[in-house]
Design a binder for this molecule. Structure first.
Ligand code: AMP
Length: 375
């Protein structure tokens, strides 16, 4: 049986394994965290990314390695590259780890981005505010996710507090986009260069964290779908990419502005498990194994809601027709993603009704007795 090694053993790794077992794949994870969502599904090496002996133990006998977490140090992957093929390519990972490099890469391909400026010193920040205007977002170049490492600057009076919050690391300032919608496109390419694209997904964020994803995207038009695919296609080719790549965009007055990319399976693609012919997880595995890609066609309409912070009444959710519950086995904690629910339906009215029921169940909060198992 082919063995796939995965850096990161969080929920994305767990869903990769769940998608891979029916294809006859086996898994091995590497994650330094004391608790990991995927470790109940396969062996896990728990060591630091600097531990070369542990990296070699992890790589021994693997057919291919991949990652589900984009902040894996590139050096750790370089170390095992000698023993096992690693996909997506490390150059894509390195670009995805740095917002500045990411934006330069988008621009070099003619993909529009919100105006931005590099900020390394307090006077760079003053200059950037003058150039870009306010409101704006100050962001760390590296290690930002789920709204961490970013501060909104509304007025000149907020500049000092934003600087105090983030200074000491490379930053960038970005125009605050009054977007009409946020969308993402999920693209996949295998080792022989075959590509496939999922339809545009419309996403809603709250406090920097993804709340929900919907397909078909209500804001989508055939032109927007085509534009997003063309941008994704350019990136796949430029990066000689293998695997699933997610690109997030702001839609501002009909124009797509790239916000960021994730060189991995993505939260805005969880709906594909039930809502597409082939899930993003299966297609990622097909791509890295160099197998034929599966169809990305929709199976009806879907909306996905993240479960964050506390686990709601599970039985109430399971009673909703067309509701598909996924819990990741993680301990509850404010802002932590603990699971998601995808609702599917084949027409608007059914989806709207089911979604109302789900929103009420999520708003009612935890059942008290049904806490998730601590991973
Ligand atoms: P990010 O970590 O860059 O994906 O940001 C998380 C979320 O914060 C985005 O999905 C937006 O909802 C919001 N956000 C980030 N940057 C901007 C921006 N320049 N203008 C408006 N909203 C933003």
């Amino acid at each position: 049986m082919p063995v796939v090694g995965v850096f990161g053993a969080g929920q994305l790794g767990r869903m990769l394994a769940l998608a891979g077992y029916p294809l006859g794949l086996q898994f091995r994870f590497f994650d330094p965290a004391p608790e990991a969502s995927a470790e109940h599904l396969a062996d896990r090496v728990c060591a630091s990314y600097e531990d070369q002996a542990a990296l070699e133990r992890f790589a021994a006998g693997l057919d291919v390695a991949t990652f589900e977490f984009e902040n894996v140090p590139v050096g750790a992957l370089e170390h095992i590259c000698r023993a096992v093929p690693v996909f997506p390519p490390l150059s894509a990972l390195a670009i995805g780890q740095d917002r500045w490099e990411e934006k330069r890469c988008f621009e070099s391909l003619g993909i529009p981005v919100p105006t931005y400026a590099r900020v390394d010193t307090r006077s760079d920040l003053e200059e950037a505010v003058r150039q870009i205007g306010l409101p704006a977002m100050l962001k760390t170049r590296r290690m930002g996710y789920d709204g961490k490492g970013q501060v909104r600057i509304r007025t000149a009076g907020d500049v000092e507090a934003a600087w105090q919050a983030l200074q000491g690391q490379p930053l960038l300032l970005e125009r605050y986009v009054e977007f009409d919608a946020e969308v993402s496109v999920l693209a996949v390419r295998n080792r022989t260069g075959a590509t496939a694209f999922y339809p545009l997904v419309e996403n809603v964020h709250g406090d920097g964290i993804l709340l929900s994803s919907r397909v078909p995207a209500p804001c989508a038009t055939p032109q927007l779908e085509e534009q997003a695919r063309a941008y994704a296609d350019k990136l796949l080719r430029r990066l000689d990419y293998v695997g699933v790549l997610a690109i997030e965009f702001f839609l501002e007055r009909g124009v797509l502005l790239a916000n960021e990319m994730a060189p991995r399976v993505h939260n805005s693609g969880h709906w594909t498990i039930e809502g597409a012919e082939t899930s993003q997880f299966e297609n990622h595995l097909r791509a890295v194994m160099n197998w034929p890609l599966g169809s990305t066609a929709l199976r009806g309409m879907s909306v996905m809601y993240n479960i964050t912070g506390t686990v709601p009444d599970i039985e109430r959710i399971l009673r909703i027709p067309g509701a598909h519950l996924h819990l990741y086995g993680k301990a509850p904690k404010p802002r932590r993603k603990l699971g998601h629910v995808t609702i599917t339906a084949d027409h608007h009215e059914a989806l709207a009704q089911r979604e109302r029921e789900l929103r009420m169940a999520l708003a009612a909060g935890s059942s008290g007795g049904l806490e998730p198992r601590v991973a």
